[in-house]
Design a protein. Structure first.
Length: 74
């Protein structure tokens, strides 16, 4: 059984974590520019939504990949 699909899934999570780390560094600058933090809060909700969609549908993709015939024969 190949570990490549699992590595791809985990590398996607790591990439999203790195992007979050970069964006979190500049979030304070945008909070100081805004009089209300509704835009920043909305962007946080969007980011969490993207992460949840990746975790859910990426997990489904990973499960379906390992249930394919080429992985069951090994």
């Amino acid at each position: 059984m190949s570990a490549i699909p699992a590595i791809m899934y985990v590398s996607g999570i790591a990439t999203m974590g790195f992007i979050w780390w970069l964006l979190n560094g500049i979030k304070g600058y945008f909070e100081s520019l805004s009089e209300t933090t509704t835009v920043v809060t909305w962007l946080n909700y969007v980011w969490v939504g993207i992460l949840l969609l990746y975790l859910i549908f990426g997990g489904i993709w990973l499960t379906r990949t390992y249930s394919e015939k080429r992985y069951q024969e090994m």
